[in-house]
Design a protein around this ligand. Structure first.
Ligand code: FAD
Length: 537
């Protein structure tokens, strides 16, 4: 299964051809211990049950070691992952988790006071980037979704006869998921689907070889034994880090933040269809809408700002915000996700700060990798090295993509932002930046140049994603000439404006999905829907 829709049609669904253990095989993998009860642990356990139902899956967590409890903005791949891959009924999710929709990220970033939109339909260029730059001096009118974001609307329409017409299946979107409700939902679902649950604090692991965990000892003297271990223990990294000592590579040269202070703020019943990222003195602040309130988090660098100063700045810039909660993190990845019979998923393996909501996305990618490549027996060959190399490459690409957000944001002249502009390491994308300066957008460069860039630059979101971030921040480049009269662009923009004006406000659009089951069916089953075409099933 692919996360980005770059699959071949007619592929076999993941799980359909997965090998089962033989009854007489002493090295068969029959039991899996998932260590950790955060989103990584529960999504992993649910996926193993869904795709390898013959496995006995046990999730171990300690209530005394709380989950990180943040991580609420996702990317579109989460929608097929939840509903197709895990088979979660959207009506249950809407009822119990009450997600809101995310059409993209709105960046209060760069010199333009309006900031810029990074919509999820960035690949479509449906209205036109060059026309937007030529007529407005920014990229904010380059797709239908960016226009919807600016107008706080979602593409659902009420017809004269009272029925609804939805374009959500045409435009990729993601969920905002209240963390507490989401983890509770996953916990109940896991128990209902036969995941064994053990409440225990693990003290140490017993090894039977340099990279082989034999069993786990709990602090009350129990011994837990599995054939395979998935480390979802968060930043504690109980198996991958503490036990196996897999080296950690820091990304702190590119990404300077290491802390967050969070709080909730009333939104007066006005739901926005995006995650907002607002430049702050020593970092940035997310605003994530939930039906009840906005959830905010100031991500900052403790080297540039104390915890008290961060909380004070958050309260000053967002008056009325609720009591602050502090979170610490570190950015980077371990050398391997999979060593011996241990596979790390979630923060135990890698983490980057949440500017592009990569946490849950990379958890789902780890899960797809584990489920797709776990052998039936330790006597069988594994694809361990390929999995490790591919995951490492993806994480490094995200690091470089994020570094562009720091290097070029010239909104504030504070010590943190001066430091970021001068010193953030963007070396992984340096050659691409030269090509960009010579002619942008990259999406319109000739096929040879594009092919070379795609083969050599670790972009993660593709050249179109890089265009959006760089042109959104007005990074200087020679713009390619428009290949159509501006009137043609304007006609498309006028048509898009009509679609935006007639679209419902977010709350009304969401309400339609709470009440009309066919809208979900259409989204999840129509062969033309982006959810079906994503290939995650
Ligand atoms: P945790 O939630 O920390 O869970 C660890 C689990 O391991 C706990 O259940 C604990 O009990 C258990 N455990 C640990 N040690 C032991 C032991 N010795 N014995 C027994 N149990 C043990 N991601 C997004 O996709 N979108 C976002 O908007 C986003 N925002 C974020 C903002 C911040 C500030 C941070 C830090 C992260 C954000 N993330 C986001 C990432 C996301 O929160 C995490 O990737 C995700 O929650 C996964 O956490 P986890 O399950 O790996 O670990």
């Amino acid at each position: 299964a692919s996360l980005h829709g770059d699959h071949e049609h007619g592929h076999r669904p993941a799980g359909g051809d997965l090998p089962r253990p033989r009854a007489d095989d002493p090295q068969a993998i029959r039991t899996v211990g998932v260590i950790g009860g955060g989103t990584a642990g529960y999504l992993t356990a649910l996926a193993l049950r869904a795709k390898r139902p013959w496995l006995e899956v046990t999730l171990v967590e300690s209530k005394g070691l709380p989950i990180i409890g943040v991580g609420e903005a996702t990317v579109p791949s989460m929608v097929p992952f939840l509903h197709h891959y895990l088979g979660i009924d959207p009506r249950h999710l809407y009822e119990q988790v009450r997600p809101t929709w995310k059409l993209g990220i709105r960046f209060d970033w760069g010199a333009n006071p309006a900031g810029f939109m990074a919509p999820f339909d960035w690949n479509s260029n449906s209205v036109g980037m060059l026309g937007s730059l030529a007529t407005r001096g920014d990229i904010n009118a380059f797709t239908l979704q960016s226009l919807l974001m600016m107008a706080d609307r979602a593409p659902v329409y009420r017809l004269d006869d009272g029925r609804h017409l939805s374009l959500m299946k045409r435009l990729p979107f993601a969920y905002h998921l209240d963390n507490e409700r989401f983890v509770r939902f996953l916990t109940e679902l896991a128990l209902a689907r036969g995941v064994q649950h053990v409440e225990a604090r693990l003290q140490e692991a017993v090894l039977s070889g340099p990279d082989r965990v034999e069993s786990l000892r709990t602090d009350d003297g129990r011994e837990l034994r599995f054939d395979m271990y998935v480390d979802c223990s968060g930043f504690r990294s109980f198996l991958l880090g503490k036990t196996l000592d897999v080296p950690f590579r820091s990304y702190a040269d590119s990404l300077f933040t290491d802390s967050a202070v969070t709080g909730n703020l009333g939104h007066g019943d006005h739901l926005k269809p995006y995650t907002r990222a607002t430049t702050m003195d020593a970092g940035w602040c997310w605003t994530i809408p939930t039906p009840e309130s906005d959830h905010l988090g100031y991500v900052y660098s403790s080297a540039h700002l104390s915890d008290e100063e961060a909380a004070a700045e958050l309260a000053r810039k967002f008056p009325g915000i609720g009591p602050p909660r502090q979170v610490r993190f570190r950015v980077g990845r371990r050398d391997e996700a999979w060593r011996g019979n241990v596979f790390g998923i979630g923060n135990s393996y890698a983490f980057v700060e949440p500017l592009e909501s990569s946490g849950l996305m990379m958890i789902t990618l780890g899960v797809l990798a584990l489920v797709g490549s776990l052998p039936a027996s330790w006597a069988d060959p594994t694809g361990r090295e390929v999995v490790n190399a591919a995951l490492a490459q993806k994480w490094d690409a995200i690091r470089w993509f994020l570094s562009l957000h720091y290097k070029f944001n010239d909104r504030l002249d504070t010590p943190f932002w001066r430091d970021a502009r001068e010193n953030a390491d963007v070396s992984g994308l340096r050659p691409l930046l030269d090509v960009f300066a010579a002619g942008a957008p990259l999406r319109f460069r000739d096929p040879i140049t594009r092919g070379f860039l795609e083969a050599t630059a670790p972009t993660f979101y593709g050249l179109e994603g890089v265009d959006c971030i760089l042109l959104g921040q007005n990074v200087p480049a020679r713009l390619l000439p428009m290949t159509e009269p501006v009137e043609l662009w304007q006609a498309r923009k006028d048509a898009a404006d009509i679609m935006v004006r007639r679209a419902l406000p977010v709350r009304d659009s969401l309400h339609a999905y709470h009440t009309v089951a066919e809208l979900h069916e259409e989204l999840l089953e129509d062969p033309d829907s982006w959810v079906v075409r994503s290939g995650v099933d």
